[in-house]
Design a protein around this ligand. Structure first.
Ligand SMILES: Cc1cc2nc3c(=O)[nH]c(=O)nc-3n(C[C@H](O)[C@H](O)[C@H](O)COP(=O)(O)OP(=O)(O)OC[C@H]3O[C@@H](n4cnc5c(N)ncnc54)[C@H](O)[C@@H]3O)c2cc1C
Length: 110
């Protein structure tokens, strides 16, 4: 599936790189980098040519938010930049939202 919209960076175990040629592995699209998305990345990045669509550039530990509302310093510890949370995994990050028009149409990013 061609990817359109949003900025796209290739995440490599050595750091961020510009997008390169696609690989021969089967492609897998992961929408969202919450706990579910990050587990998919961690478990499947070696088997699939992974593309992650996530509008945020950080991972957020949502169960800690209630304490964070009462403790501003704790709130800061709940957000980890994606560059750190995804370090060591090879994938493409499209910064944007996946969306589709009602009643069909192709999936879009932006
Ligand atoms: C205050 C609070 C306390 C909680 N406490 C606990 C607890 O103690 N124990 C527990 O097990 N669970 C707890 N939970 C629930 C837990 O946080 C959720 O079950 C968990 O976050 C769900 O993970 P998820 O990856 O499915 O979705 P989410 O965490 O909702 O992540 C979804 C991700 O997808 C992205 N996204 C959304 N729409 C799009 C789109 N269209 N395109 C691209 N990306 C998109 C979002 O930016 C987000 O990063 C708590 C939740 C809250 C709010």
């Amino acid at each position: 599936m061609p990817l359109r919209g949003g900025s796209c960076r290739l995440f490599n175990p050595m750091g961020w790189f510009q997008e390169s040629e696609p690989e021969e592995r089967p492609r897998l699209l992961v929408i969202g980098c919450g706990p579910a998305g990050i587990q998919i990345v961690r478990n499947l990045w070696q088997e699939f040519d992974l593309t992650l669509v996530e509008p945020k550039d950080y991972y957020e530990y949502t169960p800690g938010i209630l304490r964070g509302l009462c403790d501003e310093q704790h709130l800061e510890t709940l957000q980890v930049p994606l560059s750190e949370a995804l370090a060591g995994f090879q994938l493409r990050h499209v910064r944007g939202k996946a969306w589709r028009r009602p009643f069909g149409g192709s999936l879009k990013f932006g």
